[in-house]
Structures are given as structure tokens and as C-alpha cells.
Design a protein around this ligand. Structure first.
Ligand SMILES: *[C@@H]1O[C@H](CO)[C@@H](O)[C@H](O)[C@H]1NC(C)=O
Ligand SMILES: *[C@@H]1O[C@H](CO)[C@@H](O)[C@H](O)[C@H]1NC(C)=O
Ligand SMILES: *[C@@H]1O[C@H](CO)[C@@H](O)[C@H](O)[C@H]1NC(C)=O
Ligand SMILES: *[C@@H]1O[C@H](CO)[C@@H](O)[C@H](O)[C@H]1NC(C)=O
Length: 373
């Protein structure tokens, strides 16, 4: 049990690791539910993290420093402190702003295999060095949600396959934003049998080719929701082609906040998955409804585009829930949308003109068409 605290990073570590008295980096709320630690101080008092032992949600920021000092316990067998980890109430953990040796990350995941952790978020991390080889009996936590934002890996695109080995297979939601590499070597990746939501939003450099590389064929058989907000997508058709190549059949697809254009004439057509019933094309700079959309949808969100006229029924899929708010035709006098200067073409905000006119986009179309179901 002696070295366990160091191994468990900042959670259990304080019992042994040296400390100096500085202002408390960790704060826990009155109900012992949430604990927040910020170890920005050059000589942080790591023992402050001890307060988080009883918390359900823990957020730890490492102040950008290297956590190499905790490596000395990383080879310990996690079984020896399994009981201590089992007693934790921890369900949600965020670790941010640090340089973490891959060996330490794996030791940490192995230790958490005894925990009841459900949601793990890693952000602004630099993972250094190679992942250790898989042990025969190795398992990690039974996560339902894994979120990564701005995490870089020394192993490049192989990181997901390597990380996946240290997680139990029930992952349901995977969010990867500001990724450094999404070009996964598909032969190494295992199937995600339970993954229902894949969110690759906020990867503006991804593009449709990158999406094709990231969506390893047949590795996401349970996928229901695919989110690609602000992910450098160019046409709905291009996304359709990437999804068809991967064999994914989502029910909802979010393409909002991409600078979309109508499909180029002569581009190959694409058969949308028959499962798709919700398509989000909002904040996409569209001047007209793209051609080749699925023939039938339950939900189509075209809010905050640049549609200058009411789309004709023949341009739209058959859709029961259509949103056209915030397009210029709704209120030509209203101030126009603001474009993000860093990301030209992507509309960041739009006038809530629909409310001013007191008529929703759906109504506008219904009135024009004399009603349709
Ligand atoms: C941590 O503290 C530093 C210095 O006080 C501050 O600049 C930084 O924003 C804090 N980080 C978080 C995540 O609150
Ligand atoms: C991404 O994470 C690195 C640390 O790994 C940090 O230095 C950088 O500022 C982060 N970038 C953003 C946009 O937060
Ligand atoms: C579509 O995306 C926008 C922006 O990302 C979001 O505000 C809106 O709720 C989404 N619409 C639907 C129907 O999910
Ligand atoms: C339309 O879809 C949105 C997003 O899924 C939902 O919030 C809203 O309640 C739906 N409206 C109707 C009338 O079904």
C-alpha cells in the first residue's frame, strides 16, 4: 500500500508524497460531491488532493507541469490497493494541463479498473513516451464516456488503439476534440461494440478525407449519433460517402458550424443510411438547400444559414420537424449573421429574426405550401 498514493496520481497520493504549506490547491463543496484542484503553484501542496477522496466528481489541473515524479510507483501491482480504490465514490474525473508519461497513464487506468468511474475527461495533456505492452490480465475502468480535448500522443495515430486496450469494452460515448491525429491505423483498432455516440466536433482540420481515415470500417457497429460540428466538412454528400465507406448507420448527423456548399455538379451520388432521421445543417453558410439530401427525415435543422428565399418543397426532403429560423428570407431587415474572422464562411451567430416576425420557418413553408405532413 506504501506506493499506491503516488501511483493514483493526485487522488490518493498525498499520504506519502512530500508537501509544503501553500494555499490549498483543492476545494471540495459542502456536500462532498465536487472537488476541484488547481496545482499551478510552482511548489504545489499535493496532499491537498486528499480532500477529494470522498468526492463524486473530481477535476484536477496540473498547471502544465510534468507528472514524471509520480512514475516511481507506476510499476506497483494495482491489486494491492484495490480495496481502497473500490471504496471511492468517484464517478466523473477530469485531468488537465499536464505532461503525462504514457506508462503513468496506463498505471492510472489499471488502478481505476477497481473504481466505479464512468466518465473520464482528459484535456490539454501531452502524453509522452510509448504505451507499455498489454499485460495478460490487464483491464482498465468500465467507462461509459471518454472525452479528450487537445491531447497529444507520442505514438501519433496509433493512440486510440493503444488506449482502447486499457478500457473495458462498454464505452458508449467517445468525444475527441482538437485532436492532434485522427488517422487511426484501422487494422489495430478493435471494434467498439457499445459505442452509440461519436463526437469529432471541433477538429477544423479534419475534412472529409480525414473523416474517412478516422471512421474505421465496421468498428462502430452500434453508432447512433455522429457529431461533426466545426470539423472542416465541405458537403453533406462528402460526409455521406465517408459514412458509406465505413458502414456506419447513424440516426442523427450533426454538420452544424461547417462551411458547407452545395455538392459540385458531377460529384458521385451517395445513398444515405436508411436509419438517418435527424440532420443538422445549421450555421453552415448555405445559400440554398444542398441537393442529394436523404429523401425523408424527421428533423432537419437549417437554422442560421443564408437562404434568401423560402425553399421550395421540391428542394427539401420530406420532413416533419423543419427549422428555418435565422435565415435572411425570414426578415431581410434584420442584422445579418456575424462571421468568425478566423474561420471564414462559418456562421457563428445569427439574428433571431424569426421571433421578430413571429413566424417559424416551418410555418413559413407550411403557409406557402398550403400544409404538408
Ligand atoms: C489555475 O490557477 C492559475 C493561477 O491562479 C490560473 O491562471 C488558471 O486559470 C487556473 N486554472 C483553472 C483551470 O482554473
Ligand atoms: C493544448 O495543450 C497544450 C499542453 O499539452 C497547451 O500548451 C496548449 O496551450 C493547449 N492548446 C489549447 C488551444 O488549449
Ligand atoms: C443543431 O446544431 C445547433 C448548433 O450546433 C444547435 O444549437 C441545435 O440545437 C441543433 N439542432 C438540433 C435539431 O439538434
Ligand atoms: C423538433 O426537433 C427538436 C430537436 O430534436 C425538438 O427539440 C423539438 O421538440 C421538435 N419539435 C417538434 C414539433 O417535434
Amino acid at each position: 500500500m506504501v506506493r499506491a498514493p503516488c501511483l493514483l496520481l493526485l487522488l490518493l497520493l498525498p499520504m506519502l508524497c512530500v508537501s509544503e504549506t501553500t494555499p490549498e490547491p483543492c476545494e471540495v463543496d459542502d456536500d462532498d460531491v465536487r472537488c476541484f484542484c488547481n496545482f499551478t503553484d510552482p511548489q504545489p501542496d499535493w496532499s491537498s488532493a486528499f480532500q477529494c477522496m470522498a468526492a463524486v466528481e473530481v477535476e484536477i489541473h496540473g498547471g502544465g507541469r510534468s507528472l514524471e515524479q509520480f512514475l516511481k510507483g507506476a510499476d506497483a501491482d494495482p491489486k494491492q490497493y484495490a480495496d481502497m480504490v473500490k471504496a471511492l465514490r468517484l464517478r466523473r474525473l477530469t485531468v488537465g494541463s499536464a505532461q503525462v508519461p504514457a506508462v503513468l497513464l496506463v498505471a492510472f487506468l489499471r488502478a481505476l479498473s477497481y473504481s466505479r468511474l464512468k466518465e473520464l475527461t482528459l484535456q490539454n495533456l501531452e502524453v509522452t513516451g510509448a504505451m507499455p505492452p498489454l499485460l495478460l490480465e490487464a483491464t482498465g475502468p468500465a467507462l461509459s464516456t471518454l472525452s479528450l480535448r487537445n491531447v497529444s500522443w507520442a505514438t501519433g495515430g496509433a493512440w486510440l488503439a493503444e488506449l482502447q486496450q486499457w478500457l473495458k469494452p462498454g464505452l458508449k460515448v467517445l468525444n475527441i476534440a482538437q485532436a492532434h491525429s485522427l488517422a487511426f491505423p484501422c487494422s489495430q483498432l478493435r471494434t467498439f461494440p457499445a459505442l452509440t455516440t461519436l463526437d469529432l466536433s471541433d477538429n477544423p482540420g479534419l475534412g472529409e478525407d480525414g473523416l474517412t481515415a478516422a471512421l474505421c470500417p465496421h468498428k462502430f457497429p452500434a453508432l447512433r449519433a455522429l457529431a461533426l460540428r466545426n470539423a472542416g466538412m465541405e458537403t453533406p454528400n462528402g460526409v455521406c460517402v465517408a459514412m458509406a465507406a465505413a458502414g456506419v448507420q447513424p440516426h442523427s448527423l450533426d454538420l452544424s458550424h461547417n462551411s458547407l456548399r452545395a455538392t459540385a455538379p458531377g460529384a458521385p451520388g451517395c445513398v444515405w443510411p436508411s436509419t438517418l432521421n435527424s440532420l443538422n445543417l445549421s450555421f453552415a453558410g448555405l445559400e440554398q438547400v444542398p441537393k442529394g439530401l436523404p429523401a425523408k427525415l424527421s428533423v432537419l435543422d437549417l437554422r442560421c444559414n443564408r437562404l434568401n428565399r423560402v425553399p421550395g418543397l421540391e428542394e427539401l426532403p420530406k420532413v416533419s420537424n423543419l427549422t428555418l429560423d435565422g435565415n435572411p428570407f425570414m426578415d431581410p431587415e434584420a442584422p445579418k449573421y456575424q462571421e468568425d474572422p478566423m474561420n471564414s464562411g462559418v456562421v457563428q451567430a445569427c439574428a433571431r429574426s424569426a421571433l421578430a416576425v413571429g413566424m417559424s420557418g416551418t410555418l413559413a413553408v407550411l403557409q406557402r405550401a398550403g400544409g404538408f405532413a
